[in-house]
Design a protein around this ligand. Structure first.
Ligand code: ADP
Length: 258
């Protein structure tokens, strides 16, 4: 593996129908980074993540995970994923918090094996990391959106991954708790050395926490240190996106997620 490169996308392009949704993307994610992926609605961010996770296949270009071509990559316990809709269970959903977290071990132990005490201990440890241990036996649907999202982070962490990918995790999280949420991600990155890639609309907030920002609108318009991104004026950003940056709210509550 190229030293410390966990994800490497090389000239990746993808289209659902006729129109290119991801165009000629070169992107490397290095170990230890906390990368914020931003861009207007429909700019291909979720699609880029799907490509990275092997859920869609690029029409052009190649992807390597942990130094291996995606097709050969099998070590999925190294990659945690928190999807956009992870925090929308309603109160009737028949699973407890700890059951949800343990389900993150399924790819590791195989579907037909039973969970044992050590799996339970791992799940409790992951819940402790996200400060949700006391809710272990509650029903997932009874928690708030922000609490559910923490549980899904625990689910992503339970297999001790090196890389965690999050697709708009703060959508549906009460704005009072968004800062706590970013602080949690910051701790995972700095204290546990977990590499993070997070799709977000919170441009104002992400630059205070992420080490790097990638700004895409089908192709990548900027990839660099958060400090450098912060220096851009609104005019610079309009040029970067080829799009009015005012459509990208700095307040996540005002954004209608794609
Ligand atoms: P973002 O995450 O930046 O909002 P997406 O990757 O979800 O963008 O979508 C990029 C473009 O691809 C959009 O125009 C969207 O309508 C289209 N798209 C997304 N998913 C599909 C799909 N399953 N089939 C067809 N088009 C899709």
């Amino acid at each position: 593996m190229k030293k410390n490169v966990l994800v490497e996308m090389d000239h990746v392009s993808f289209k659902y129908d006729k129109e290119w949704v991801v165009k000629d993307v070169d992107l490397s994610i290095h170990k230890g980074q906390f990368l914020g992926l931003v861009g207007p609605n429909g700019s291909g961010k979720s699609t880029l993540i799907k490509l990275m996770l092997g859920l869609s296949k690029p029409d052009r270009g190649s992807i390597q995970l942990f130094g291996q071509p995606l097709k050969q990559f099998k070590d999925w316990k190294e990659v945690g994923f928190v999807s956009q809709k992870a925090n929308s269970f309603n109160s009737g959903f028949p699973a407890t918090v700890i059951e949800v977290v343990k389900s993150g071990l399924v790819s590791r132990i195989g579907t037909f094996k039973f969970f044992n005490q050590s799996h339970k201990a791992k799940a409790l440890e992951a819940l402790k990391t996200v400060e949700m241990e006391e809710f272990a036996h509650d029903n997932i649907g009874e928690l708030s959106g922000g609490q559910q999202q923490r549980v899904f982070i625990a689910r992503a962490l339970v297999s001790d991954p090196s890389l965690v990918i999050l697709d708009e995790p703060t959508v549906g999280v009460d704005s009072k708790h968004v800062t706590d949420f970013y602080n949690l991600l910051g701790r995972l990155n700095k204290e546990q050395g977990i590499t993070l890639l997070m799709v977000t609309h919170d441009i104002g907030t992400i630059t205070d926490h992420a080490t790097h920002v990638v700004c895409m609108n089908k192709s990548i318009h900027f990839h660099g240190a958060s400090e450098d991104y912060k220096e851009f004026s609104d005019e610079d950003l309009n040029q970067l996106y080829g799009h009015s940056v005012h459509q990208l709210s700095h307040n996540h509550d005002e954004v209608n997620p794609s």
